[in-house]
Ligand binder design. Sequence first.
Ligand code: NAI
Length: 261
Amino acid sequence: MGVYAVTGSASGMGAAVVQRLIDAGHRVITVDIAQADVVADLSTAGGRRDAAEKVLAACGGRLDGAVLAAGLGPSPGRDRPRLITQVNYFGVVDLLEGWREALAATGNAKVVVFSSNSTTTMPMVPNRAIAALLDGDAERALRAYRPFAKMAPTMAYGASKVAVTHWMRRRSVEPEWVRAGIRLNAIAPGAVLTPLLEKQLATPGEARAIKSFPVPAGGYGDAGLLADWVVHMLGPAADFMVGSVVIVDGGSDAWFRADDW
Ligand code: NAI
């Protein structure tokens, strides 16, 4: 049985992944801002360093896999673009960089990063913010959202998810990851009914946008079904899966861009 680190473990899809891994007999080191083995605020560099170190201590320097599910949705708020940037982007890349050697130590580790179908369906996300994030420059990314005023959290969300997906794909084929047996992949959910989405649905403006968004299958996704895909991507089925992005969104991405492949 393996040892896995899961961020965003206290709620939604992260919690559903944790439950499935424990039911399958694995050991899980949970990471969240509250109610976790490792309590850490991933919106600060110090919190991320602390989380990385405490997980390494708890796993004895060997990880069979990791799931990076901690994230914030694009709800309104002045400080929201910064928080989204710090948690959704740096909360993934800083932890994975800190855990790379522990993942390499098992020789066959699997990692699933939470992307989003906003990476392919959200218009106008500024490319210069994505480039800034990939350069590790949060302040430059934040400046790119200023002209969007009230839409800044939405743009920050879209950019964080595109950038984290590009980061994952770039690293997935680098020898120090792929030759060390580490399989980096991402899941890109559509609208899934978790506390994150419930919060958005409770805000009238956001609820309107979400309800008018095309979902050919109808309704919202279920956290448990998404977790089933993640757990599959942590198993031997992913031995030959490198840098893939699995879209599970009820058909929204296909609706917008069926031939764009
Ligand atoms: P959720 O809100 O149920 O869970 C997110 C978890 O992240 C929470 O436990 C929260 O405490 C944790 N978190 C937030 N800020 C943190 C911080 N500063 N430090 C440590 N932990 C922090 O959300 P959900 O829906 O389960 O989302 C999981 C992932 O899936 C996120 O990355 C989200 O962006 C992504 N996603 C969600 C979609 C949805 O419709 N629910 C759609 C597409 C992507």
